[in-house]
Ligand binder design. Structure first.
Ligand SMILES: Cc1cc2nc3c(=O)[nH]c(=O)nc-3n(C[C@H](O)[C@H](O)[C@H](O)COP(=O)(O)OP(=O)(O)OC[C@H]3O[C@@H](n4cnc5c(N)ncnc54)[C@H](O)[C@@H]3O)c2cc1C
Ligand code: FES
Length: 329
């Protein structure tokens, strides 16, 4: 059995024994320590800690910047120590800033648009960690574009038992302050070749980063074909439909596809097709060889779509993906 020596601003050195296969994060939470975390998958960096004994496994530093590695930072959710480590939480708080809630608007029955102060610069499609309180945080993608909009915009889907999303929908008020950390991620438009065709696909609030990437590309003069394919169970699950149709009318190179699993007879479905999204994409793009691909939304969707695009000819380096991992996945 391996132990860790843990110190924080509130707690003096304490030893915690880790169970077989337990990460530093899980061990500390089990022992009752107040450790911030978000995705529990090495993505959001909410659980970043510092190790002074310089013997953390390299896996625990994956995705960190060279300077952070040098300072002994590591991700507690990705750390399975093989020998005793001295760890502390001291660093995590310094990177969080406070931002005011500027606007709350419902985009459909369960998607909230949250706009907050623009507290840092970013690339549309990257994501931030938003904090409910000292310990509960979740990742949300940026739908806004910094060159035109003086706020950070997030689309938050409400989950009935969601610790963060339910609170953001029901309790968070305009004028309140919220902790925000970031930006992170590489799912953004890089304008090296403005004529390369773009293929963007998402389900649910996967539209959030895609809306940022799409508008960024158009603002920067992207003139290659752009296909945006959005999937949902029913017609009611789509949002920002009018804005997307207006963009499609304005930009000749853009085609937006709304693909529902099931359509009702009563649905106003002129712009929606009923299809299996994984099959439908091959009608839109028969050959993915030269496509720059962006995939966002639930983990299962992103994985399956990535495989499909790759099998249809896309190059792996041309595929950017943001999987909305739930924290316990
Ligand atoms: C990089 C990244 C970007 C993200 N961007 C967005 C975004 O732009 N918009 C957005 O709405 N979300 C986004 N997410 C997901 C978000 O971080 C939260 O996981 C989500 O909002 C649920 O948090 P919660 O606290 O409300 O629910 P939790 O309290 O974490 O979960 C409540 C229950 O719902 C389950 N659950 C959690 N997530 C899902 C899910 N997706 N589908 C089904 N069941 C689930 C949990 O297993 C749990 O049982 C992103 C995640 C990542 C990693
Ligand atoms: S990186 Fe560890 S909780 Fe997200």
């Amino acid at each position: 059995m391996v132990a860790i020596n843990f110190t924080s601003e509130q707690e003096a050195n304490q030893q915690v024994e880790l169970e077989q296969g337990e990460t530093v994060l899980d061990g500390l939470l089990r022992a009752g320590h107040d450790i911030p975390y978000g995705c529990r998958a090495g993505v959001c960096q909410s659980c970043i800690m510092q190790c002074s004994s310089k013997n953390m496994p390299s896996q625990a530093q994956q995705g960190l910047k060279p300077a952070q590695k040098e300072l002994g930072y590591f991700l507690a959710c990705n750390c399975l120590p093989s020998e005793i480590m001295d760890v502390s939480t001291a660093v995590s708080k310094s990177e969080k800033v406070s931002a005011k809630i500027l606007e709350k608007t419902y985009l459909n029955n369960n998607v909230l648009r949250l706009r907050i102060d623009k507290v840092f610069d970013y690339k549309p499609g990257q994501f931030c960690t938003l904090w409910k309180n000292k310990t509960v945080s979740r990742c949300y993608s940026l739908a806004s574009i910094p060159q035109k909009e003086n706020f950070l915009e997030f689309h938050i889907k409400k989950l009935d038992k969601g610790q963060f999303s339910k609170w953001a929908h029901n309790d968070l008020q305009v004028g309140d302050s919220i902790g925000v950390q970031g930006p992170l991620g590489e799912c953004f438009y890089s304008y090296t070749d403005i004529s390369k065709p773009l293929f963007l696909a998402g389900i649910g609030t996967g539209l959030s980063p895609l809306y940022g990437v799409l508008r960024d590309a158009l603002e920067r003069g992207h003139n290659g074909n752009i296909n945006l394919v959005l999937g949902a169970k029913n017609a009611d699950d789509f949002y920002l439909v009018d804005d997307l149709l207006a963009l499609e009318r304005r930009y000749i190179q853009l085609n937006v596809h709304f693909v529902a699993q099931t359509l009702l007879k009563s649905d106003d479905n002129k712009h929606i097709v009923e299809a299996d999204i994984y099959e439908y994409i091959h009608q839109v793009v028969p050959d993915f060889k030269n496509q720059r691909v962006f995939l966002c939304g639930a983990d299962s969707f992103v994985k399956k779509m990535k495989r499909r695009c790759f099998m249809a000819g896309a190059n792996m380096p041309d595929i950017s993906a943001d999987a909305f991992l739930a924290f316990n996945q």
